[in-house]
Ligand binder design. Structure first.
Ligand code: PLP
Length: 624
């Protein structure tokens, strides 16, 4: 468990059982119970859900909502803050109906609302969020229809707040509100000067494409004053970017935002709500640092810092404490989904075994290389490495010049990689590693072919090199010995993962187990509940994976719910405008022509056409 860092990133939701399986902590009545994810995967297969399967854990989602709201409540109580906290979940972070309805259900107690960044997201939000005390915050580019829907939400008694993000938008909102005869609830999104660190910093700061400058804010205030509508301006919003690893930057930006808030109040706007956007990070690598895949603060510390800064800054300005809104998405949903897939095959870089003796007739360099393999120790590892490189290069030249055969060349390659592998193992036990050998483990690794598509299930790994915890979900009592990189089953050279989490930074390979002939080998990719599902694409026409939600009943029996079959081949083809019936017609006529030309017997035609039709109905991933 130390090797994969699960105790660091698992946040106590994930652990390892005495049998060596990764477990997930689920609610059983009033207590918690650890359930083997390996047994869940087997149960899914028995129910006919082939790998890859995305497992959703509702209990984890609920626990994150409770943790965020209770942490803010505690900070508010302890500091004696006069306002409240009202979270809004940004629908874009995971738009799946099951996730949104669960957030609305579990968040009701806290009036946890939703944030909609588009018309479609607002329509989804209005369908589920019916609590008049929760907020629906509307961000993004808005057309008349979007604005009208938000205003109708107000008419229906909901608190829908339209955030003005670009110059010119305010005029449009005011004219639609006049037409609908509704007093709108308005917010302004500001462009902060404070810069952050991390993958997504461009979405905040001066360079952000959204938000108003100080000049545009004063123009907006003037317009509202002119129309006698300053009492509609209730909210100030900013968004620094997602996954903010450093609490210092969060504090700096918030202080700046509080100044804007106080000034707007001074200008006569009604105000009352400060919306600090998203950014609350997830510790994907468990290092608790300000690496891009981590964060140097806990959720509780975040809440305390936010409350403390808003309170101290606004107290100094003599401004009443506002309701604090955060649009935290990633931190609420990341933990609640795990992708499990099976390994199909391994391309081994080095063989454990090499021949004991070589034929008398083979080249002396080959024998010398064999001898090098035999004599590696910690003391001579450097020398063995130099010798191996020398003989490998010489043997390659001999092959090019026709002196040794293909069989001797293949033997040379096999022994060379065996030597390197032995040196790598030897260096793991050495206190001091000579310079030439540092990083040697990076050159040798196996390729494990996983039954999944990075482009569909882990787009941020491909697009922005984001790191996710990945590990075997069973066999953890056996020592994994093979350094590996992962390849998916798309035929794209980018369809690989060769950067893995490490407490000290990033490592280039992951130690995995050898495959067994009588048992499937399963890996899990953890913390994939935020952004990955909806950003995924159909590269190579691999579609949505099978999905199932897991919970326990009061007796502790596993309940498989909301089973969603992944896309079939016909589904993905129709997404790209093929008509499956037309495809079948075309294939049938091709087969008929083959019968006419006597290439095929009519019975074979039937079998082949049936196989084509079954292929269309089948899963897009590798099926056994
Ligand atoms: N709010 C806005 C305006 C965003 O653009 C985003 C995402 O970047 C979020 C909230 C969610 O941020 P996070 O997932 O980091 O909480």
């Amino acid at each position: 468990r130390e090797l994969y860092g699960i105790d660091h990133w698992g946040s106590r939701y994930f652990g390892v059982s005495p049998e060596g399986d990764v477990t997930v902590r689920l609610r059983k009545g009033d207590s918690w119970s650890d359930v083997s994810i390996h047994s869940l995967a087997q149960g899914a297969q028995e129910r006919g859900l082939c790998m890859p399967v995305l497992f959703r854990f509702r209990d984890i989602l609920d626990s994150r909502i409770i943790l965020l709201n209770e942490s803010f409540a505690k900070a508010i109580r302890e500091y004696g803050y006069k306002g409240e906290y009202r979270g809004v979940f940004p629908v874009k972070v995971n738009q799946q109906q099951e996730v949104i309805s669960e957030i609305v259900r579990a968040g009701r107690k806290y009036h946890h609302g939703l944030e909609a960044g588009s018309k479609a997201e607002l329509i989804a939000a209005l369908g589920y969020m019916h609590d008049p005390e929760s907020y629906i915050v509307c961000n993004g580019y808005k057309d008349e229809e979007f604005i009208d829907l938000a205003l109708y939400g107000n008419k229906l008694g909901l608190k829908v707040i339209i955030v003005v993000e670009r110059p010119g938008e305010l005029e449009l909102v005011l004219s639609r509100a006049e037409k609908a005869r509704v007093k709108p609830s308005l917010g302004l999104r500001i462009k902060l000067t404070a810069k952050s660190e991390g993958h997504w910093t461009e979405s905040g700061g001066d360079k952000s494409i959204f938000g108003l400058t100080a000049l545009q804010i004063t123009e907006s205030v003037d317009l509202l004053r002119e129309r006698n509508m300053l009492d509609c301006l209730e909210l100030l919003h900013y968004h620094q970017g997602s996954q903010l690893p450093n609490i210092r930057n969060i504090r700096i930006a918030l202080t700046e935002a509080c100044r804007y808030y106080a000034e707007l109040k001074r200008e006569g706007a009604r105000m009352g709500i400060l919306d600090i956007g998203g950014g609350l990070a997830v510790d994907y690598d468990g290092s608790k640092t300000n690496f891009a895949s981590s964060k140097n603060y806990s959720m509780e510390e975040f809440c305390y810092d936010v409350v403390e800064i808003v309170m101290s800054t606004l107290d100094a300005e003599g401004v009443e404490h506002p309701v604090i809104v955060s649009e935290s998405g990633r931190s609420l949903v990341a933990y609640s989904s795990v992708l499990v897939f099976n390994v199909l095959d391994i391309n081994k870089a080095a063989h454990d075994e090499i021949p004991e003796e070589l034929p008398e007739s083979c080249h002396s360099y080959l024998k010398n290389l064999r001898e090098t393999a035999r004599s590696i120790t910690a003391k001579n590892a450097q020398e063995a490495f130099n010798d191996a490189i020398y003989y490998r290069d010489e043997l390659h030249s001999l092959f090019i010049h026709g002196t040794i055969s293909l069989r001797e060349k293949s033997l040379a390659d096999r022994i060379f990689w065996h030597v390197i592998n032995k040196i790598v193992r030897t260096t793991r036990q050495m206190d001091y590693i000579p310079e030439d050998l540092t990083g040697i483990d990076r050159v040798i690794h196996d390729t494990y072919y996983g039954n999944f598509s990075i482009f569909q299930s882990l787009p941020d790994s491909w697009a922005i090199d984001q790191l996710f915890p990945i590990m075997p979900i069973h066999r953890l009592r056996e020592e994994p010995r093979r350094p590996a990189v992962l390849a998916d089953i798309t035929c794209d050279s980018d369809g690989k993962i060769d950067r893995f989490i490490d407490l000290q930074g990033v490592k280039n390979s992951l130690l995995l187990h050898d495959l067994k002939s009588d048992e499937e080998y399963f890996l899990g990719i953890f913390l994939v509940g935020a952004y990955q599902e909806t950003l995924g694409d159909l590269h190579n026409l691999f579609g949505d994976t099978n999905i199932v939600s897991i919970s326990l009943d009061d007796e502790g029996t596993v309940v498989y719910e909301h089973e969603t079959k992944g896309d079939s081949v016909a589904d993905v083809l129709s997404y790209v405008e093929y008509d499956p019936n037309e495809l079948i017609r075309g294939f049938r006529s091709l087969a008929e022509r083959a019968v006419r030309c006597r290439l095929l017997a009519p019975k074979e035609r039937r079998e082949i056409v049936e196989a084509y039709e079954a292929g269309l109905r089948g899963y897009t991933y590798y099926e056994w």
